[in-house]
Ligand binder design. Structure first.
Ligand SMILES: Cc1cc2nc3c(=O)[nH]c(=O)nc-3n(C[C@H](O)[C@H](O)[C@H](O)COP(=O)(O)OP(=O)(O)OC[C@H]3O[C@@H](n4cnc5c(N)ncnc54)[C@H](O)[C@@H]3O)c2cc1C
Length: 471
């Protein structure tokens, strides 16, 4: 690629996607001024260990700093939140009053933890969320002090990983989940039944179809009880609120870009749309905060909160920020995700959330080693591998080829008869946790109604119970 652009580049969001894009720009020969703006005071670090090895005390929090594969020769403005974007003047406004001019801008502001909705209860000593290095270090300190019981609100990936760490540390833990099973929102109810079994086998007090109505502090302001929708008054001293993520978009409101609570809309080349649906030439977006059309999934805008997506989208954005229009690349990444919990390695590829059916295609649930394949209208759209990670590439290929569902694999470890089941995804807003990867509507300025959700609609209040009363 020939790079003739030597103006200034500003990246807002100095984390995984921001750093990898900066490296990509320099790799491609960009020699102009480069500025990274981040609201956290630290250099970029890796989040996946925060709910796994760091929380378990097997890795110090400061060992999560991301390796920097080349000198990016940038000005780092850390601990400096961006508060506004002025497109006419081409400046980013910072909280401290400073303005930073740019010729090309990359938005990589990611997400933050969705807080407990009652502000007073959220501030009780003992209530935690987990998104940042500080969050993880603080919670680690609390777990190491042997609380009598931990309550995890929300059994998505993060909540389930926290519960797993608690059991690893031999701590009593209760998990509440508004839908029928852990990770139901991300993997569906059928796979969720397997994960429910996994949690209970490891001693988790898992309560599905149940939620937390309120949290109570003692006279010293320390957390002491949770009031559950099943009528229980649970004595606890630590709560981990694991309700999913909120996209960091507020600083862009009023900028004229196509932005709402679901993210920043871009085309397949990562160029951001303006609010009228016209694609900009100099504003790009990547990572958890982006929504982009995926050619494999009917051009629906995807929002993906995955490590691998942040890395690959950042590389595509960096390339397209410098190249000639004819050399632009589409971001065609097929979402992949991994999680380690209760001694299980879970990997997913594709878009489970759009599936209507699921079937075990290799291994067996009883042996705790299997691949389940997801289908939508007769074609394979996703797969999850439990303790069988090396098969994921094979299934990625089937998804790319839009292979027929259910597949006939003739694998020696395929079940003799394929039992196709409904995937069992909960209705929008029913699960306590967010799905981590989802389709969010067809176009940049379309008034949205995806499964009943509107563009700005708040997710369901986790304090409202749904579903049948637990047995
Ligand atoms: C606990 C945890 C465990 C995870 N585990 C896994 C896993 O096992 N597998 C997996 O695939 N993914 C996992 N993820 C998700 C993965 O970490 C994210 O997909 C990835 O971090 C996204 O990178 P990003 O750069 O797009 O966004 P982020 O990492 O969210 O970075 C955005 C940065 O921008 C900053 N920012 C926000 N607003 C502003 C502003 N106005 N001004 C300046 N800076 C701003 C933020 O503070 C942050 O530093 C996990 C995430 C967490 C929190």
């Amino acid at each position: 690629m020939h790079n003739s652009f030597n103006g200034s580049v500003v990246i807002v969001g100095a984390s995984l996607a921001g750093l990898r894009a900066a490296e990509g720009l320099r790799e491609a020969g960009f020699t102009g001024p480069l500025t990274l703006i981040g609201d956290e005071p630290y250099p970029p670090y890796d989040r996946p260990p925060l709910s796994k090895t760091v929380l378990a005390g097997r890795m110090p929090a400061d060992h999560t700093y991301l390796p920097q594969v080349r000198d990016i020769n940038a000005e780092w403005l850390l601990g400096k939140p961006a508060t506004g974007l002025n497109l006419a003047q081409r400046i980013v406004e910072l909280e401290d009053g400073r303005t930073v001019p740019f010729d090309r801008l990359l938005i990589t502001t990611g997400t933050r933890a969705r807080p407990w909705p009652d502000v007073t209860q959220a501030a009780i000593d003992g209530v935690y969320t987990i998104r940042t290095l500080e969050d993880s270090a603080r919670l680690r300190g609390r777990l190491a002090a042997h609380p009598r019981r931990v309550l995890v609100i929300g059994a998505g990936f993060t909540g389930s990983e926290v519960a797993s760490v608690c059991r690893e540390l031999d701590l009593p833990v209760t998990v509440t989940e508004r839908s029928t099973a852990p990770m139901a929102s991300a993997l569906g109810g059928a796979a969720g039944l397997v994960t429910a079994h996994m949690q209970r086998n490891h001693g988790v007090d898992l309560r599905c179809n149940t939620t937390v109505m309120s949290l109570e502090a003692d006279a010293q302001g320390k957390l002491c009880y949770a009031h559950l929708s099943d009528g229980d008054l649970l004595p606890i001293d630590v709560v981990v609120v694991a309700l999913g993520a909120v996209r960091n978009v507020e600083w862009l409101y009023g900028s004229g870009l196509a932005v709402d609570a679901r993210g920043v809309v871009c085309d397949a080349s990562c160029r951001v749309f303006d609010a009228d649906g016209i694609v900009t030439d100099d504003i790009f977006v990547a990572g958890d905060v982006a929504r982009w059309p995926h050619p494999l999934f009917s051009g629906q805008l995807l929002a993906v909160e995955h490590w691998g997506n942040a890395v690959t989208q950042a590389a595509v954005a960096a390339h397209n920020m410098l190249c000639a229009p004819s050399e632009r690349r589409p971001h065609r990444h097929i979402p992949t995700f991994w999680s380690n919990q209760f001694g299980f390695n879970i990997k997913s590829v594709g878009l489970p959330t759009i599936a209507d059916e699921v079937v075990v295609t290799q291994g067996s649930v009883a042996e705790q080693r299997f691949v389940a394949t997801y289908g939508q209208q007769g074609r394979i759209v996703a797969a999850i591998a439990v303790n069988m990670p090396r098969w994921l590439d094979f299934y990625t290929d089937l998804i790319e080829k839009k292979a027929v569902f259910p597949p006939v694999l003739n694998a020696p470890d395929s079940p003799a008869v394929l039992h196709v089941m409904p995937a069992g995804f909960p209705a929008h807003g029913q699960a306590t946790h967010s799905p981590v990867v989802e389709v969010t509507g067809p176009g940049p300025s379309t008034p949205v109604s995806v499964n009943g959700a509107t563009s700005e609609s708040a997710p369901a209040d986790p304090r409202v119970p749904v579903g049948p009363a637990p047995l």
